[in-house]
Design a binder for this molecule. Structure first.
Ligand code: FAD
Length: 346
C-alpha cells in the first residue's frame, strides 16, 4: 500500500478515570494546525470504558472526528489492551500522522504501537511542523526531496543539541509530544465532532500484568503546570529554608506557586514534582521568576515559553539573562524580601 493512502492527523485522547487529560486538548490544537497545512482534518482516538460522554469536550476543543473504542478491558490503562486497540485503529483508518502525549501512559503506549505497525516514533517532541525533508536538498538530488513531511524536533544528547527528525518512508509518522508545550484552542461548545464507534476486536491477552489495586498519589497534588505565576528557585537559594521566602513571594500572586531547578531536587529541598526542565515539567506561566538559577539549557527548555521571565542572579553573566525579559543582578536575599514587601503593600 502506498504512503499516499494514509490520510489525516490523529491524536490519542488520553483519559484517566474518565477525565480527559490536558494533553489531549493540546494535541488537538497542534493537530489542527498541521491538518490545515495538509488540507485534512483532526481525529481524536478515545479509548476507555464508558467514555462516550467525553466526545463533546473533544469536539469543543477542535476535534473534527472522534473514534471511540469503548470496552471494559480499557477501564484502567494497561499496555496490552490499549496497544491492541490503538493498533487496530491505525491499521483500519490509516492515519498519516499519529500523535501521543509524552505522559507516563503515552511513553509506554506510543513505542509499543509504533513497533506493531512497523513505523518509527520520535519521542518527547517539543516542536512539530510540516516541511520538506531533507531540510536542504542534496545537490543533484533535488527531485528526491520529499514535501509535506512531519518534521519532529526534540532535545537530544542530554539537551546539548536540538534534533529535527522525519519519517519519510513509513506511515503513520508518529511522535510523542511533551505535555505543556503545545497550545490548546479556545473551547467552543458549538463545535461538534463526528463520533465513530469502533469495535477493535479486543481479546483479553494479559499474561503479564494484572491490576490488583489502584492507589492514588497523595501529597503533592498541586501541579506547577497549572500555575499562573511561578517563583522558581535554584541552587543559589541555598537551602530548604530559603524556599520559605520564595513561597511568600509566590503567595502575593493569585495562582502563584514555587518551582525549582534540578539542583534543588537533587539537594532534597523540594520534591521532583516541582522541577522545571527537560527531565522535569514544561511550564508556560504568565510570569516566571528564576531566582538563583544559572539558566542551563536543560532548565531553559522547560520554561522559555513563559510569557514574562524575570531573573534574579548575583552573576551578571549568568545565561538565564539571555532568556529573561527583566534581569535583576544582585543577592536574592536582599531583593526578594523587598519585592515581597512592595507587593504586599499594594
Ligand atoms: P547552578 O547552575 O549551580 O546555578 C546557581 C545560580 O545561582 C548561579 O547562576 C549563581 O550565580 C546563582 N546564585 C548563587 N547565589 C545567589 C544569590 N545569593 N542570589 C542570586 N543568585 C545566586 N536542570 C533543570 O533545572 N531541569 C531539568 O529538567 C534538568 N534536566 C537535565 C537533564 C540532563 C540529561 C542533564 C545532563 C542535566 C539536567 N539538568 C536539569 C541539570 C542542569 O544541567 C543544571 O545542572 C541545573 O539546571 C543547574 O541548576 P541551578 O541553575 O539551580 O544551579
Amino acid at each position: 500500500m502506498g504512503l499516499e493512502e494514509y490520510k489525516g492527523v490523529y491524536v490519542f485522547a488520553q483519559q484517566v478515570d474518565n477525565e480527559l487529560s490536558s494533553i489531549a486538548f493540546e494535541l488537538i490544537g497542534k493537530g489542527k494546525e498541521l491538518a490545515e497545512k495538509l488540507g485534512t482534518d483532526v481525529t481524536a482516538v478515545l479509548l476507555g470504558s464508558n467514555v462516550g460522554s467525553l466526545t463533546d469536550e473533544l469536539g469543543a476543543y477542535g476535534a473534527d472526528k472522534v473514534i471511540v473504542v469503548d470496552n471494559p478491558l480499557l477501564e484502567t490503562y494497561r499496555t496490552e489492551p490499549y496497544a491492541q486497540a490503538l493498533t487496530a485503529v491505525i491499521n483500519t483508518y490509516k492515519p498519516e500522522i499519529m500523535l501521543v502525549g509524552a505522559t507516563a501512559i503515552g511513553r509506554d503506549l506510543g513505542p509499543t504501537v509504533s513497533a506493531r505497525v512497523a513505523t518509527g516514533l520520535t519521542a518527547d517532541c517539543t516542536v512539530l511542523e510540516i516541511g520538506d525533508f531533507p531540510l536542504n536538498p542534496i545537490p543533484g538530488k533535488e527531485d528526491q526531496q520529499k514535501h509535506n513531511q512531519l518534521l519532529m524536533t526534540r532535545p537530544a544528547f542530554g539537551g546539548n543539541t536540538i534534533a529535527t527528525i522525519a519519517c519519510p518512508n513509513n506511515r503513520p509518522q508518529m511522535a510523542t509530544v511533551r505535555p505543556g508545550v503545545m497550545q490548546k484552542l479556545p473551547k467552543d461548545p458549538s463545535h461538534k465532532a463526528e463520533v465513530i464507534n469502533f469495535d477493535a476486536g479486543l481479546v483479553e491477552n494479559n499474561r503479564y500484568v494484572e491490576i490488583l489495586e489502584v492507589v492514588k498519589a497523595v501529597g503533592n497534588v498541586e501541579n506547577i503546570m497549572d500555575a499562573k505565576v511561578l517563583v522558581s528557585g535554584g541552587r543559589g537559594v541555598g537551602s530548604e529554608e530559603g524556599f520559605e521566602q520564595l513561597k511568600e513571594l509566590a503567595s502575593c500572586f493569585k495562582g502563584g506557586m514555587v518551582s525549582c531547578s534540578r539542583a534543588v531536587v537533587e539537594n532534597g529541598w523540594l520534591a521532583q514534582d516541582y522541577q522545571v526542565g527537560q527531565t522535569g515539567k514544561t511550564v508556560r506561566p504568565n510570569i516566571y521568576f528564576a531566582i538563583g538559577i544559572s539558566g542551563a539549557i536543560q532548565h531553559v527548555a522547560g520554561m522559555e515559553e513563559s510569557d514574562l521571565i524575570i531573573a534574579i542572579n548575583k552573576d551578571e553573566d549568568a545565561p538565564i539573562f539571555d532568556v529573561a525579559d527583566y534581569g535583576l543582578v544582585g543577592d536574592w536575599k536582599k531583593i526578594v524580601p523587598q519585592l515581597t514587601a512592595a507587593l504586599k503593600a499594594e
